[in-house]
Design a protein around this ligand. Structure first.
Ligand code: NAP
Length: 270
């Protein structure tokens, strides 16, 4: 007998934390299903989706590097994601057997800041890559702005501001921060093995929130500096767990239990 399953696909895939997160929730809810990591190369992507489309037990998959853009070629883009975020991180099969692409990163990013009054709020974003696109998508929908993008290549930041119709400015990384209400690090700077992120947070007001998407390490230098100034902080696991929670409900039809989140976070850090 087979059981329903979902997967995360990527190349490489061994590092993915998604099986741990979804497996934790499946176990807690007593759902008889599996969530697996599946190594899929760029050359194998078309065959993967063709096979899974025909497998009645397959509920869908999450998608990680390097397939977040190319997966759009194999799934319907009903939400116009190719022209906005430019990437999908989840594929599902609908009742007619069609593969549907979606992106839970933007909503996963937004969930921890949903209570902030972002309408018209000044925001700083570091980075102009894939994660920044999901962040800007969410900020645009929240009515945030002006948005200052600090990026090694300011032109890329300017292109994203124009794409998302956001007011603001794109500046080099060493530009002093404006007094933003929310500062988001959407670059790999500060991540283990990457260059450090050197920012002076002095200009931030006392009620500013600092949100680092990096989760390895969990306590980044940026978050430590924000805590030194008694600023509110949000770490990268919040978004990681948030995007997974939305995908989990799409795959398995039940919202994951969020009351055990501390235990899940400890397992993820361990
Ligand atoms: P990406 O597409 O590779 O974006 C890289 C961005 O960072 C670019 O804007 C790039 O600048 C800049 N950058 C990279 N290396 C740099 C360096 N040495 N010096 C200065 N700038 C540098 O990466 P991504 O997919 O957006 O991911 C960014 C971070 O977000 C990663 O740490 C990832 O783990 C994290 N993330 C977390 C979550 C979560 O759930 N918590 C989800 C997604 C991503 P240029 O434009 O000049 O190249």
């Amino acid at each position: 007998m087979t059981i329903p399953y979902a997967e995360v696909i990527g190349d490489p895939i061994a590092h993915s934390k998604s099986p741990l997160i979804h497996g934790f929730w499946l176990e807690r809810l007593g759902i008889d299903a599996e969530y697996r990591a599946q190594h899929v190369t760029a050359e194998g992507l078309a065959e993967y989706f063709a096979q899974r489309k025909a497998d009645p037990d397959w509920r869908g998959c999450n998608i990680t590097i390097p397939h977040k853009e190319s997966a759009l070629d194999h799934a319907e883009d009903r939400g116009g994601l190719r022209d906005s975020i430019g990437a999908i991180n989840t594929v599902l099969r609908d009742e007619d057997g069609m593969l549907i692409g979606t992106n839970t990163d933007a909503a996963g990013f937004y969930a921890p800041i949903a209570d902030l009054a972002l309408d018209g709020a000044a925001v700083g974003v570091i980075g102009a890559g894939g994660a920044a696109r999901a962040v800007l998508f969410a900020l645009q929908r929240a009515g945030a702005g002006p948005v200052t993008i600090l990026n090694r290549t300011p032109l890329k930041g300017a292109a994203l501001l124009a794409k998302f119709g956001l007011q603001g400015d794109a500046v080099p990384l060493d530009t002093p921060l404006p007094p933003v209400a929310l500062l988001v690090n959407a670059s790999p700077l500060g991540m283990t093995g990457q260059d450090p992120l050197q920012l002076d947070l002095d200009a931030l007001p006392e009620d500013a929130v600092v949100y680092d998407l990096v989760y390895a390490p969990l306590e980044t230098d940026l978050l430590a500096a924000a805590r030194d100034r008694d600023l509110a902080t949000i770490d990268g696991l919040d978004m990681l767990i948030g995007q997974a929670a939305i995908a989990f409900e799409l795959f398995f039809g039940e919202a994951p239990p969020r009351e055990d989140e501390e235990e899940l976070r400890e397992r993820l850090i361990g």
